[in-house]
Unconditional design. Sequence first.
Lengths: 275, 495
Amino acid sequence: MNKIVSKEFFSENVVRLEIEAPRIAKARRAGHFVIVRVDEKGERIPLTISSADASKGTITLVVQRVGVTSRKLAELEAGDTIADLVGPLGQATDVKKVGTVLACGGGVGVAPLLPIVEANKKAGNKVISIIAARTRDLIILEDQIREFSDEVIVMTDDGSYGEKGLITEGMEKVIAREKIDEAVIIGPAIMMKFASEVTRKHQIPSIASLNTIMVDGTGMCGACRVTVDGKTRFVCVDGPEFDAHKVDFDEMLMRLNGYKDFEKDANERYLKEHQ
Amino acid sequence: MDKNDILKQERDAAWRKELRGKIKNKERTNIERVKMPEADPTERRRSFIEVNRGLSAEAAMIEASRCLDCANPTCIEGCPVEINIPKFIKNIERGEFLEAARVLKETSSLPAVCGRVCPQEKQCEASCFYTRKLKKPAIAIGHLERFAADFERETGNISIPERASAKNKKIACIGSGPAGLSFAGEMAKRGYDVTVFEALHEIGGVLKYGIPEFRLPNSVVDVEINSLKEMGVKFETNFIVGKTATIDDLKEEGFEGFFVGSGAGLPRFMGIPGENLVGILSSNEYLTRVNLMEANKEDSDTPILKGKRVAVIGGGNTAMDSVRTALRLGAEKAMIIYRRSEQEMPARIEEIKHAKEEGVEFLTLQNPIEYIGDEKGYVRQIRVQRMELGEPDASGRRRPVPVAGSEYLIDADTVVVSVGVSPNPLIPQSLPELKTTDWHTLVVDEENLQTSVPFMFAGGDIVRGGATVILAMGDGRKAAEAMDHQLSKQVENAV
Ligand SMILES: Cc1cc2nc3c(=O)[nH]c(=O)nc-3n(C[C@H](O)[C@H](O)[C@H](O)COP(=O)(O)OP(=O)(O)OC[C@H]3O[C@@H](n4cnc5c(N)ncnc54)[C@H](O)[C@@H]3O)c2cc1C
Ligand SMILES: Cc1cc2nc3c(=O)[nH]c(=O)nc-3n(C[C@H](O)[C@H](O)[C@H](O)COP(=O)(O)OP(=O)(O)OC[C@H]3O[C@@H](n4cnc5c(N)ncnc54)[C@H](O)[C@@H]3O)c2cc1C
Ligand code: SF4
Ligand code: SF4
Ligand code: FES
């Protein structure tokens, strides 16, 4: 059982939870994630550790409401507990001093991007961050990203905030302007696919952090498998970060839809019960 | 006194002699082997109730009377932990069921489990006098073992073993499968302060997430876990040693001995085209969703693919569990696809029999070579190749070889891949000085199961690859004995 220490809504559908987890707070590195099970009937879902405070013994998760579990999480209040929390999982980000890093975050992908931006800044890199979302309300963690970036570009699809346009357009502009040594791309699978096309074209080494479906998160089930460089890899133990240019994003997109109908059913059932 | 002398002495006990004299051996051997009452196949194939219903007291006593209480009980040689089989069986014959359960617990920490899942036909029952010499069906040792353990549990008479005086030494057990549980029990008995660390949110390892309810109800496992708790064993779930804390962290916190029972939980895939299509999953994922996450229940948030035409690739216990689970989730057609013949199947004979009774189709001497999906990426068909058996391979089983030009297509909307598991790499990864084999199992010395790291022992599937519950359990006991010995010696030397 882990207690929620504080909670804050970034927007209607994005919530930040600070949770007691002293061991994880101490052991975690940038790039790590946890698996959460909200209650006895709950599903196990992966969430990135967005930040942690080892002295306080807490970790921070940023959750976007998409289905049953993320909804249940968003409804919890400070003082409530979640049934299970395990981690830190996955391989930590391999952060080196490379020069200039272009950090690209789409939607809730900005949450997992934050610790990587922070680590890159601390490693002495120049960090240019582009954070993008469909609309103004979905832009999250802007201030926190600013704190560790040399420059931040905000973009919305509808132009309601920052520059209007897709993240790929913002990337092209920066790349045209200056030499980028490495790119980090995190967001919805479809965004990662197109963003990595851009960096491939310009031959910029890139990593993507993959958000596949998971069950155990410890390498036991294979639900999270993806094809990278023609080989099957498990995102939870081999990743979540991989060379963006070697990931088979089409296959990943296809696999993400595997349980869509069930999730829709569960979600509708949940909404009915809670109206 | 050596083991055989003890056996002989016990056999000479007055009650045993008297019992032997009661019925003539000829009469005993004329009794037919008991039949385990089973749930009706047409009903059970759609339900998760336990298939084997258990023996009645009368049936158990009659079966027990078949046992000849042999002077040379070869059955014991067939049991990896050398349970004193005639002693427990004769206690059943004379109606002392609790005493029978106590005998079992002298050597086995999980008799209710082993009675249900041991491959008896390859172990104790294969070495029974009836099988070896009389060429008759063996004594139903497994059924009787289960009977005694169930009787103890169901009558609420579970004896909690006595503990030696507290030693004030902290021991860490990594993993809560049968290896870890039996290790923890043995160390607690010896007075150690044991904490079991488990990565998942449930305790029990494969007993919980792998083997389904219809074969091993969780409640049976929970009772064993509760006895351990009563003995003072502590459990920390959601704790991955090597991630949540390292071995060094635990040493700093005062842990002096370590047992690794982290199992062989890594699923293997075949690496054939189309294997990552939607609807193709490992048996670990399939069984975990149902057994651990209860995805078969209405109120669970975890989804499961309820395929109409389900194909399971493989011929082991895991494959049988998966295919029978598919039926219970509502499959219209549930198939086993196995590349050798039924004779070579590693699954327990009883599971194969039960699967057939429930309507599972067996496509033997066939092997998938490609999966074909629809435009949305869902699997729709399997390209299968027929096989024939060639020369024996390293395992002694005849090697399957493809028959040229024999390929054909099978329709399937769900495929469960159950072609074996590899050892869990989490511990070796976090401890580079720990020696592993080319198969990624841990290297231990056979005598006392010590790894290459001081005060770290290991057993079960992490050492053996995919093996059995009873072997894992036996390892746990053996390692506890060795660790106790080493730690006690350390204390003596210090004084
Ligand atoms: C390593 C890792 C880190 C992650 N970090 C975060 C994070 O920090 N914050 C956050 O909000 N989310 C994160 N995710 C995604 C998060 O796990 C999913 O949003 C969550 O599982 C959804 O569960 P649910 O029950 O609420 O929705 P479900 O009912 O399971 O799904 C609802 C809808 O979302 C889609 N969906 C389900 N899982 C995913 C997924 N993994 N990616 C994209 N779409 C999905 C489904 O197809 C469905 O349409 C991460 C995923 C991974 C693998
Ligand atoms: C579906 C299925 C059916 C089977 N049927 C039979 C049968 O009928 N008869 C039979 O004899 N055998 C059967 N087996 C095999 C048997 O279950 C195994 O041999 C046995 O469980 C091995 O025990 P173990 O304790 O070594 O490991 P496991 O039971 O695998 O337990 C290991 C535990 O360690 C945990 N763990 C791993 N790494 C860490 C870590 N770093 N920190 C903390 N915890 C960790 C895992 O989560 C797991 O719970 C079956 C196996 C499966 C999968
Ligand atoms: S533990 Fe297994 S092998 Fe040993 S006697 Fe019992 S059923 Fe037979
Ligand atoms: S070998 Fe068979 S008959 Fe003899 S003691 Fe063992 S179980 Fe009984
Ligand atoms: S989530 Fe199960 S193997 Fe990765």
